[in-house]
Ligand binder design. Structure first.
Ligand SMILES: *Cc1c(COP(=O)(O)O)cnc(C)c1O
Length: 370
């Protein structure tokens, strides 16, 4: 049983064929349509498709004025693209510990991480469960800082009735095949700030502004565009989005029930007012259970699992460069070692989820005290 399988049909193939036949392959009408659909879903004024969430995060940070000498506050527990996007601007990521219930940045620790160099706060909606954005926005407002949501996993997730990606100054979604919907590779920046939108538009495409006959280059920009080939897939995927998320939530409820009294594994904690996407269904194993041994044991039972995500301060690049000890980030360290992602997607039925439960129970028994 695989960890994740995207929901794709013949409609995506037809949409790609149509783009190829049109001869217009780069950013064009399909991208504009994809952007309109995502902006409408998020409830924001602007959306800019990018070649990935990583390039989207880099572009958004750059457009927010983040550069060398600056600091950006981020959670330590995330896919390392979060921190890499900060490093790419020349700024320094400042790692903050997480809340072990939600795997999200602990908002009460942000204040202490802010210095005169802080230029932005970048929360991550871990596995598609929104961070505590009201608390984060309050700290940011008190310091006059923009908030960039790493909403890579959170398209269609909501917080107190508002969509992930509309909760800060700007947000970024990912369309990697492991995310809620996919275009193969791709990302999207959302914002309702017209001045930021102007900068994003220009910086995404070479720093160029189109004149009557040719372009004028007003900034040192990038080429972070998404192609219409990819966007055509995204347009079709948007029509599936609500159904995909509904199916994931239904399966998460089944797994919650099946795992409720499995000893040693805590099911995801969802605070009141938050509707997660369950991009990943992540359980936290008790200390004393060897998580890596559980992954191997599950694989022997033909169930693919993986870690939750990464304690970034533990990765060689960040460890060598910043040398942050585990004592400062105890919850992220624990989550890095004890979190486990289980298979969850539309193609799994109740019987499959029971097999996951049975394999987990057996694997935990095998992996205790090793
Ligand atoms: C997947 C992911 C990214 C990177 O997305 P890409 O589209 O693959 O660049 C960034 N941040 C988080 C939290 C992610 O899960």
């Amino acid at each position: 049983m695989r960890l994740n399988v995207p929901v794709l049909g013949v409609e995506e193939a037809a949409a790609v064929a149509e783009v190829l036949a049109s001869g217009y392959l780069t950013q064009g009408p399909r991208t504009a349509e994809f952007e309109r659909l995502v902006a409408a879903k998020a409830g924001v004024a602007y959306a800019f498709a990018t070649s990935s969430a990583t390039t989207g995060l880099h572009l958004a940070l750059h457009a927010l004025g983040v550069g060398p000498g600056d600091e950006v506050v981020i959670p330590d527990f995330s896919f390392p693209a979060t921190a890499n996007a900060v490093v790419e601007t020349g700024a320094t990521p400042v790692f903050v510990d997480i809340d072990l219930d939600t795997f999200n940045i602990d908002a009460t620790l942000i204040e202490a991480a802010i210095t005169p160099r802080t230029k932005a706060i970048m929360p991550v909606h871990a596995f598609g469960l929104c961070a505590d954005m009201d608390a984060i926005n309050a700290v940011a407002a008190a310091h006059g800082l923009p908030v960039l949501e790493d909403a890579a996993c959170a398209l269609a997730g909501s917080y107190r009735g508002r969509q992930a990606g509309s909760l800060g100054t700007a947000g970024v979604y990912s369309f990697h095949p492991r995310k809620v919907i996919t275009t193969g590779e791709g990302g999207m920046i959302t914002t309702s700030d017209p001045e930021l939108a102007d900068r994003l538009r220009v910086l995404r495409a070479h720093g160029a502004v189109r004149g009557e006959l040719y372009m004028e280059f007003v900034d040192a920009g990038y080429n972070y565009r998404l192609s219409d080939v990819h966007a055509a897939i995204g347009v079709v995927q948007m029509s599936r989005l609500d159904g995909i998320v509904e199916q994931r939530r239904a399966r998460a409820r089944v797994l919650d029930g099946l795992l409720a009294d499995v000893e040693g594994a805590r099911v995801p904690v969802v605070p009141e007012g938050i509707e997660p996407t369950y991009q990943s269904y992540v359980v936290l194993l008790d200390q004393g259970i060897d998580r890596d041994e559980v992954i191997r044991s599950m694989a022997r039972r033909d169930v693919e699992t993986t870690l939750g995500t990464y304690g970034m301060h533990l990765q060689p690049y960040f460890r060598d460069r910043f040398g942050i000890g585990d004592a400062l980030l105890p919850n992220s360290t624990r989550a890095h070692r004890q979190a486990l992602t289980l298979p969850l997607y539309e193609q799994l039925d109740e019987r499959d989820l029971e097999l996951v439960r049975d394999a987990l129970v057996a694997s935990i028994a095998e992996s205790r005290g090793r």
